[in-house]
Design a binder for this molecule. Sequence first.
Ligand SMILES: Nc1nc2c(ncn2[C@@H]2O[C@H](COP(=O)(O)OP(=O)(O)OP(=O)(O)O)[C@@H](O)[C@H]2O)c(=O)[nH]1
Ligand SMILES: [Mg+2]
Length: 276
Amino acid sequence: MINWFPGHMNKTLKQMQSDSKLCDCFIYVLDARCPISCINPEFLKVVKDKPIIYVLNKADLVNATDISSFKTYFTKQGQACVSLNATISGGTKIIINTINNIFKDRLAANKQKNVNFITRAMVLGVPNSGKSTIVNNLCNKARAITGNKAGVTRSKQWVKVTENIEIMDTPGVLLPNFDDDEKAYNLAIVGSVKDEVLNLVEIALKLIARLDKQLLITKYGVEIDKNTPNNVVLEKIGKKRGCVIKGGEIDIERTAKLLLTDFRSGKIGKICLEKI
Ligand SMILES: Nc1nc2c(ncn2[C@@H]2O[C@H](COP(=O)(O)OP(=O)(O)OP(=O)(O)O)[C@@H](O)[C@H]2O)c(=O)[nH]1
Ligand SMILES: [Mg+2]
C-alpha cells in the first residue's frame, strides 16, 4: 500500500483550482509508460469542462504501438492527445499547434478585430511526468527547475511561449488515496512517488513481475525461466551486476535501485507498464 500525499499537494490543488479560472485549456502531462495510472481524479476539480491536451510524454521510452493505442484511447474521450519527447529541441511544438487549432476560430475572429488574444494553459500532472521539462522546451529556455525525482517544482509560475500563448507550470500532485494498488506501483516504478517513502525492493519486485523474463535474460545474462520467483530473479541480477556485500551476500537494496534506474532510463528497453 503506497500513500504519499504531503500537505503541499493539497495546498497546490487548491491553488490550481483558483488559478484555473484564468486558464482556457490544460496541458495534462502523462508518463507514456503508464498513462492511465497518471490520471488523477482530483484534477477534474481543476479542469472542469475546459479543453484538455493529453500529452503522452517520455514517448522515447515506449514503443510506437503502445503509444498509438493510448492516443486512440484518449482521443475517443473527445480530447486532443499528442505524444512527444520533451528532452529534444522542438519536441513540444506539437502542443503549440494543438492549442492554436483548438482556439482557431477565436484567434481568427480576434485577428480580424486586431486584438491579440492570449490563450492561457495550465500544465498539470503527477510528479516527475516531465511538466517543467515541457515548459522549458516550449520556451526554448531553462525557465522551470527540473529533476529526475518526484517533487521538484514547488511553486507556480506563468511563462510566455508565443505572442498569444502563456503557460503555467504547477507542482506534481498525486492521488490522496489509491483505490488501485497496481496503479500506485506503476507510479512508484516510473519515479512519480518520492523514492524515500518507498520500499524499493518491493517496487523492484513489482517491476520484475511486469517485465518479460526473456528481456531480463538478454539484458542481464541471468539464468532464469518463467517460473523463477521474482525475489530469486532480483538476487540473480544482483549477483551478475556485482551488488555483493561482505561474505558474498547479495546487496538486495542496491540491486533494486540499479534495476529501477536501468528501467527509468530506458536501458532495459522501450517498455509500457500498462496495456489498453
Ligand atoms: N526520456 C525522457 N525523459 C524526460 C522527458 N521529459 C522529461 N524527462 C525527464 O524526467 C525527469 C522529470 O522531469 P521534470 O520536468 O522535472 O518533471 P515534473 O513533472 O516537472 O516533476 P515535478 O516538478 O516533481 O512534479 C527529468 O529527469 C527529465 O529530464 C522525455 O520526454 N523523455
Ligand atoms: Mg516540475
